[in-house]
Design a binder for this molecule. Structure first.
Ligand code: NAG
Ligand code: NAG
Length: 408
């Protein structure tokens, strides 16, 4: 007979005086899970459970996670400098070739997200204050958003940060903050959000659809808009692009043909852009896992089409890890004369842990699939991540087993 140790003693031990130096002496933030209009909050990329996993690993001082966070801090002024200031806000974000303020939105959105997770993990209120400053400034200033790429990515991360702060009583987030954020959403969607306007279109060019639509999916969760949410889920998984050669959807962008299984179309262009799609779609998939059934519809991005997404990650990692892959020629925009006859060498094998921003780390798919028991389906992806070493993804998504399996 097995005697169960009372759970309470384990919990007390985990939260006792073992705090890591990264962790402030003040009480750590807590998370309150709620359900409203069918939506679970917090529920953009992270649930209370995943936030608390991150926090407990850091406060317990588990070295892969604290080392990963320490290395992220060393790369980010907004985490280490006493004199950081944000890039925005701006009233209008557009594509202007150079910078229609889309880059400031991207930069600030990513910073707010990283600082919010950093605060939740450690209790560092400097990061909390900065994140609130970013979100409050943009949400009371932005009136017009018509740039789906950097603007979409920035808006997605900023909204994920707002969702976490709203669910954490210690953040100081107020009902006015919520009203202001929703007001911003109403203003930016007042523009014609159809076709290629706005961020919700089905007809963007490959990775651009993933960025724009992921922002709208996040906003739909924050605002509890089931119809908009389900439209984004459909576009990201089944696809709805009028020109199927340009669709980023899992079912279409990633090949199911046995001889080319997992081929990611945009790898005929370069290696960075298709990675953006795989990453963004995986983040969207985490949201969908938390949300479950919305408006009677439920889609699991990770198992969709016989785990097609993992095939895309694995194919991408095989080529980027230095091996050859079979390539089926791709005609882009039939009639335009654009044909991708070979897989592109451009940006092959990049170091995503030391790229432009820590959130560009590429473990988001790996850690989820590992927890689903599918490690054997992704040996090349596993090897690639092991070579990259500790990154923001270790901190954000790793658990002791998934990280140990990378040899880190
Ligand atoms: C919190 O972040 C600030 C700003 O970068 C830093 O100066 C401070 O040392 C951090 N506090 C802790 C406890 O790490
Ligand atoms: C992929 O999934 C979609 C939506 O569930 C389905 O309609 C389609 O038949 C699937 N395709 C393949 C090749 O499995």
């Amino acid at each position: 007979m097995v005697f169960m140790r009372p759970l309470i003693s384990t919990l007390l031990l985990a939260s006792s005086a073992l705090a890591h130096p990264l962790t402030s002496r003040a009480a750590l933030p807590t998370c309150v899970q709620t359900t409203s209009n069918g939506f679970t909050h917090p529920g953009i990329y992270h649930s209370c459970a995943s936030l608390n996993r991150i926090q407990s690993q850091i406060s317990a001082g588990l070295s892969p996670f604290t080392d990963a966070l320490t290395s992220v801090i060393s790369k980010c002024n907004f985490l280490k400098s006493s004199t950081w200031s944000m890039s925005g806000p701006y009233a209008e974000v557009i594509w202007a070739g150079d910078d229609g303020h889309n880059i400031p939105l991207q930069t600030d959105g990513k910073a707010a997200y990283i600082m919010t997770l950093g605060w939740y993990a450690t209790g560092n209120t400097t990061w909390l204050d900065r994140s609130l400053t970013v979100i409050r400034a943009w949400s009371t200033t932005l009136n017009y958003l018509n740039e789906q790429i950097q603007g979409g990515e920035g808006m997605a991360y900023m909204t994920a940060a707002a969702e976490i702060l709203r669910a954490s009583p210690a953040s100081g987030w107020t009902s006015t903050d919520t009203a202001n954020y929703l007001g911003m959403f109403e203003r930016i969607r007042a523009q014609p959000w159809t076709d290629s306007d706005g961020l919700s279109g089905a007809d963007f060019f490959m990775n651009q659809g993933a960025y724009g639509n992921s922002a709208v999916m996040a906003l739909a969760v924050f605002a509890e808009d089931a119809e908009l949410y389900n439209t984004m889920v459909h576009q990201a998984t089944v696809g709805d692009h009028p020109d199927i050669t340009l669709d980023y959807a899992i079912s279409i962008q990633i090949s199911a043909k046995p001889d080319y299984y997992g081929q990611v179309t945009e790898m005929g262009r370069d290696q960075g852009h298709p990675m953006g799609t795989l990453r963004a779609v995986s983040y969207m998939g985490l949201t969908a896992l938390i949300q479950g059934k919305i408006g009677g519809v439920q889609t699991n991005f990770f198992t969709h089409n016989n785990t097609r997404l993992i095939a895309g990650w694995e194919y991408w990692a095989t080529y980027n890890g230095g091996e050859d892959v079979p390539w089926e020629e791709r005609v882009i925009r039939p009639g335009s004369g654009e044909v991708w006859t070979v897989v592109s060498e451009t940006s092959r094998g990049s170091d995503y842990n030391n790229g432009k921003s820590p959130v560009e780390a590429i473990g988001v798919g790996y850690h989820q699939y590992f927890r689903m028991g599918l490690a054997r389906s992704m040996p090349k992806y596993t090897a690639y991540l092991g070579d990259l070493g500790l990154g923001f993804d270790t901190f954000e998504f790793g658990d002791p087993k998934s990280v140990a399996a990378l040899g880190l």
